[in-house]
Design a protein around this ligand. Structure first.
Ligand SMILES: *Cc1c(COP(=O)(O)O)cnc(C)c1O
Length: 357
């Protein structure tokens, strides 16, 4: 890890907005912490990064991000343990991934030392925004946008890398019902599905709205060619439990390489739960359902950690999932959160303390 000190211009907020935030009634992503990190790319180089008070910024209407969607993002979390220490979970994975996404979108890669110095300084300034207690966290949103002015359809020669942070609360996540996609697709071979490219998410809203009208909160995406293979659930990776075995699709250029997914695979292996990483067909789960062998389906991602799925519709038929007494998902979620909140020994070396003093 490159931790060489860098120049960082810091302008502190005059006062904190923290007292204005009602932590008992938080809407995810609505409030941002006092400061933000930003770094501009121009003349072929990333300029001196800055931390400044969170607030609006001026851009020209012709800025390329508004026209061609040249934008990528990340999602990660900071956790506070019972001794007021702040922890990041596998942040180097998010750093690597934003550059993978950037590369695919023709955006220059961001330097590692800028990322970590910026992130850790930001968290130090806004450490009071990280609340302890199970499920509480500070959601961290790094992103990059194309800022060159001019509406010609060509890659931008100017970019802005930013990090903003939003407090997130423990929420009781109700099990969701999902619709298995048979018409729309999230991503295609050779496309950008593996990247956290902004347009991937905008493109999901319409088919997800249609699913909502039918009473489903999310769509399980299938492969664009045949709609036979199960790929992702909304903006999460997805696991299926058949009998005592967990199955999840291998990552590819259509499937995002989720940090939660790969962490759960390792935790499951440690706990001697059998995991198969392989392609899985819709008719395998409908068959397993008929045999009474389909026990659980859950999504995995940083925002929700694990989202339990209570049932799904496919081809006009609704399939209800059993209400297990000891689902793998509950157990795995607890094991993962114990590591994230520094309640259990992190034998994997995943957590990274942020010095806040
Ligand atoms: C972000 C994301 C995930 C989950 O990734 P994590 O690193 O676990 O948060 C899964 N699928 C898609 C499409 C995503 O955008």
């Amino acid at each position: 890890m490159n931790t060489k000190n860098i120049d960082l211009d810091i302008t502190k907020a005059e006062s904190s907005r923290l007292p204005e935030v009602d932590f008992d009634n938080l809407t995810f992503g609505k409030h941002c912490s006092d400061h933000m990190f930003l770094c501009d790319y121009k003349d072929g180089a990333w300029q001196t990064p800055k931390i400044m008070p969170y607030g609006p910024m001026q851009m020209e209407p012709s800025a390329k991000v508004f026209h061609y969607g040249q934008a990528v993002f990340e999602g990660m979390k900071a956790f506070k343990d019972d001794n007021e220490k702040v922890w990041l979970f596998r942040p180097e994975e998010n750093f690597k991934r934003i550059n993978i996404s950037s590369k695919r979108m023709g955006i220059p890669e961001f330097p590692e030392n800028y990322f970590f110095e910026g992130l850790e300084t930001l968290l130090k300034l806004d450490s009071k925004w990280v609340k302890n207690g199970d499920g509480n966290s500070l959601y961290i949103r790094p992103f990059v946008i194309a800022t060159e002015n001019g509406v010609s359809a060509s890659p931008s020669d100017a970019y802005r890398f930013m990090i903003i942070c939003c407090p997130a609360k423990a929420y009781y996540s109700k099990p969701v019902k999902v619709l298995i996609a048979q018409e729309y697709s999230r991503s295609a071979d050779g496309g950008v599905g593996f990247a956290k490219a902004a347009g991937n998410y905008g493109a999901q809203f319409y088919p997800t709205n249609l699913a909502k009208e039918k009473g489903y909160q999310q769509v399980i995406w299938t492969d664009a060619n045949t709609h036979e293979y199960l790929e992702e659930a909304g903006t999460m990776n997805v696991f299926f439990r058949i009998g005592d075995k967990l199955i999840t699709a291998p990552t590819s250029d259509r499937i995002l390489d989720g940090v939660t997914r790969k962490s759960l695979i390792e935790i499951a292996k440690r706990e001697e739960i059998e995991v198969e990483v392989r392609r899985i067909k819709v008719n395998e789960i409908t068959e397993a359902h008929k045999q009474g062998e389909l026990k659980e389906i859950f999504g995995s991602g940083t925002a929700a950690t694990i989202a339990y799925i209570s049932g799904f519709e496919y081809d006009g038929t609704y399939y209800d999932l059993p209400n297990l007494e000891k689902p793998y998902s509950t157990h795995l979620k607890k094991s993962l959160q114990d590591i994230q909140y520094n309640r259990a020994k992190d034998t994997f070396g995943w957590t990274r303390e942020v010095k806040t003093t």
